[in-house]
Write a protein that binds this ligand. Structure first.
Ligand SMILES: Nc1ncnc2c1ncn2[C@@H]1O[C@H](COP(=O)(O)OP(=O)(O)OP(=O)(O)O)[C@@H](O)[C@H]1O
Ligand SMILES: [Mg+2]
Length: 352
């Protein structure tokens, strides 16, 4: 079994708390992304799991065994670093073979595994070259190939695709998903790219300022963010947040009355995904002033305001709204997230 239990990990650098108390369980064979903005503690957490950094307190277990006291090489995991460290004095072939040589694998196995990993990452033409004759993206692929070549039970990857161009990134993303799924590898994948995390992950852990704000299936996190931070970080455009008055337990959206959660004050924040709307005539619909209309081909992106608060919504490409128009919107009431104006937490999360 290669499930990983991260149990109340804290990490301070001097007075600065980089990780505040992070607990997370990654199941055997699962692909979990750590997603969050720069500086939120993703690399620090990964380095603690790998044994390259010591935690201030807390435990990490693989299976039932605590690995916190073990040397990195005894932890049975492979890691791809954010700065894709490759050995400059070794050819690409030897770089990819490195972990297998450490395991004293015979030449036949080394050759088979190196070729397989190199094929997957499209680096076969460079196997005889030294890393200083490669581009950043090629070097990064060598680092990923080196980690895959040992067929680890647990794989830790820190922004492994960040140096690739958009097309290659998309292709590698799909291939990584396929190969890791078929090998049953337990993977922790660090990224600040929400599209990548959504596409790859069985579950996403959204991190912010050294804490995990929410863990869940990508679609669940997208539709039901636990906090304003999560809703704003996930999705393009991000979730809209509109502060609205509550009267008699209801919120007016044009002529329609929406039921607010019980026991709220006289204001609430309405969290609305940009695509959870459709055009409606005024005054039935909720009024939106459109500042800019951008036809994107696949859809129409509208930037403007509702109740004088900034919003972005998405309509089908066939709609003919123009910059400067005032339009009405019908909100999909099933897709609204209600949040507390004070804490920024969503109401189901508050009740839990
Ligand atoms: N050795 C260190 N000494 C002091 N502070 C550190 C050290 N390493 C990391 N930090 C701080 O801890 C916080 C978390 O850093 P970390 O590298 O984990 O962020 P990250 O989420 O990986 O960000 P990025 O997306 O930019 O890679 C940052 O504020 C960083 O400045
Ligand atoms: Mg990092």
């Amino acid at each position: 079994m290669a499930n990983i239990v991260i149990d109340r990990i804290r990490k301070s650098f001097g007075a600065f708390q980089a990780l505040k108390e992070v607990s997370l369980t990654i199941n055997d064979g699962e692909f979990v992304s750590l997603l969050g903005p720069s500086g939120c503690g993703k690399t620090t957490l990964l380095r603690i799991i790998a044994g390259l950094e010591t935690s201030t307190s807390g435990d990490v277990r693989i299976g039932d065994r605590s690995i916190i006291g073990l040397a990195p090489k005894d932890r049975g995991l492979a890691m791809v670093f954010q700065n894709y460290a490759v050995f400059p004095h070794m050819t690409v072939y030897e770089n990819v073979a490195f972990g297998l040589r450490m395991q004293k694998a015979d030449d036949t196995r080394v050759k088979a595994q190196v070729e397989k990993a190199a094929g997957l990452l499209h680096i076969e033409p460079y196997l005889d070259r030294y890393p200083n004759k490669l581009s950043g993206g090629q070097r990064q692929r060598v680092a990923v190939a080196r980690a895959l070549a040992v067929q680890p039970k647990v794989l830790l990857m820190d922004e492994p695709l960040s140096n690739l161009d958009a097309l290659l990134r998309l292709e590698m993303r799909t291939e990584l998903k396929t190969v890791l799924q078929s090998a049953g590898t337990t993977t922790i994948y660090v990224t600040h790219d929400q599209t990548e995390a959504m596409g790859l992950s069985d579950r996403i852990a959204v991190m912010h300022n050294g804490v995990v704000e929410q863990v869940g299936h990508p679609v669940e996190i997208y539709n039901h963010p636990a906090t304003r931070f999560v809703g704003g970080f996930i999705g393009n455009p991000p979730m809209n947040f509109i502060k609205v008055p509550v009267s008699n337990g209801q919120v007016a959206a044009g002529e329609e009355q929406l039921a607010a959660p019980k026991d709220v004050g006289n204001e609430i924040v309405l969290g609305l995904r940009g695509e959870a709307v459709e055009l409606a005539p005024l005054p039935q619909g909720l009024e939106m002033k459109v500042r800019v209309a951008e036809p994107m081909g696949s859809h129409l992106l509208l930037t403007g305001s509702i109740h004088d608060q900034p919003v972005r919504v998405i309509l089908p490409a066939s709609e003919t709204v123009k910059s400067g128009d005032t339009i009405g919107l019908k909100l999909d009431s099933k897709r609204i997230t209600w949040l507390s104006p004070e804490s920024g937490k969503s109401f189901p999360a508050l009740l839990a």
